[in-house]
Write a protein that binds this ligand. Structure first.
Ligand SMILES: NC(=O)C1=CN([C@@H]2O[C@H](COP(=O)(O)OP(=O)(O)OC[C@H]3O[C@@H](n4cnc5c(N)ncnc54)[C@H](OP(=O)(O)O)[C@@H]3O)[C@@H](O)[C@H]2O)C=CC1
Ligand SMILES: O=C(O)C1=N[C@H](C(=O)O)C[C@H](O)C1
Length: 275
């Protein structure tokens, strides 16, 4: 921090599974203050954000007035941050609106297309504004991805399985897409087939994510968020697996991103870039 004023934080998607965790984490951080809480769900309107998440009242009523919130943040002495955990359909507009008001987006919402990410990067560049897009805020996933990059030097065959709760809107997960991208960027093609494959049921071999890497998505109640990266070679299988047992695992990464985004002038994609 450059001065002692707390960072004003707006949480968008405040009533959701992740939004609630973020409210608790921000409220417990002395260098941050919860300025606003946005959610379009009518059930939460005007409820106090702290009361909703089971902590002390924070005197921050949940609202659906995104523009009003961003305008309020723009008046603050300290630059504001909007943390977004909403929905793939709304996140693009939310990010553009925040940047237009001079509020830095820290985005966990997945499902943005490559074209949307490119467009947002150009928009952030023109505004000289930091914007963080983080498909996965857990340190364990960064370590898994680094291990996968190392393994890919020695294995030519790999498939990704991602497993999530069945309220997830997008497939494959943003994390699986990023993991496949990290492996595809290494300049090799994986999984050259030994036979001509025929899918008897469309989708049986998963989605092709580039350079031959396949992603398989599983959705079941009882799951939270899990990913396996499975490497195969003659006579051996090497499996990397990450399991989320509680969404609090994302909070150190979210708080770090809130602090780091203030010093950025451009869009940055991936937690590993700010560690
Ligand atoms: N990067 C990471 O580490 C993680 C990312 N995620 C991602 O975050 C996103 C949210 O996940 P999660 O919290 O589980 O989802 P939830 O559905 O539990 O929460 C989303 C909340 O946002 C509300 N909402 C949806 N659209 C809007 C909008 N346009 N304006 C305001 N509020 C809105 C929803 O209301 P309603 O239900 O009425 O639509 C809901 O209250 C997903 O894309 C998920 O993949 C999740 C976990 C970790
Ligand atoms: O929807 C979720 O829950 C999660 N979404 C993110 C993704 O799509 O990768 C991150 C994590 O997997 C949890």
């Amino acid at each position: 921090m450059t001065n002692s004023l707390p960072i004003p934080v707006i949480v968008n998607g405040a009533g959701g599974k992740m939004g609630r965790e973020v409210i608790k984490a921000v409220a417990a951080s002395p260098d941050m203050t919860l300025l606003g809480a946005i959610d379009h769900n009518l059930a939460y309107q005007e409820q106090d954000a702290g009361t909703l998440v089971g902590i002390e009242p924070l005197e921050v009523p949940i609202t659906n007035d995104r523009e009003g919130m961003l305008a309020m943040a723009a008046q603050e002495k300290q630059p504001g941050v909007m943390v977004d955990f909403t929905h793939p359909d709304s996140v693009y507009d939310n990010i553009r609106a925040a940047i237009a008001y001079g509020v830095r987006p820290v985005v966990g919402t997945t499902g943005l297309s490559p074209a949307q990410i490119q467009d947002l990067a150009e928009f952030a560049d023109k505004a000289s504004m930091g914007c963080l897009l983080i498909p996965n805020f857990s340190i364990g996933m960064v370590l898994l991805q680094q291990a996968a990059i190392t393994a890919s030097r020695y294995f030519d065959h790999v498939e990704i399985i991602e497993l999530h709760h069945n309220q997830k809107a997008d497939a494959p997960s943003g994390t699986a897409i990023q993991t496949a991208q990290l492996l595809a960027e290494l300049g090799k093609t994986y999984n050259s087939p030994l036979v001509t494959e025929t899918e008897k049921i469309t989708g049986a071999r998963g989605a092709e994510a580039g350079e031959g890497i396949r992603i398989h998505s599983i959705r079941l109640p009882g799951l939270i968020a899990h990913q396996e990266v499975i490497f195969g070679a003659a006579g051996q299988i090497y499996t990397l697996r990450h399991d989320t047992s509680d969404r609090s695992c994302y909070m150190p990464g979210v708080l770090l991103a809130i602090r780091k985004v203030l010093a950025l002038k451009t869009l940055v994609y991936g937690l590993e870039k700010i560690l």
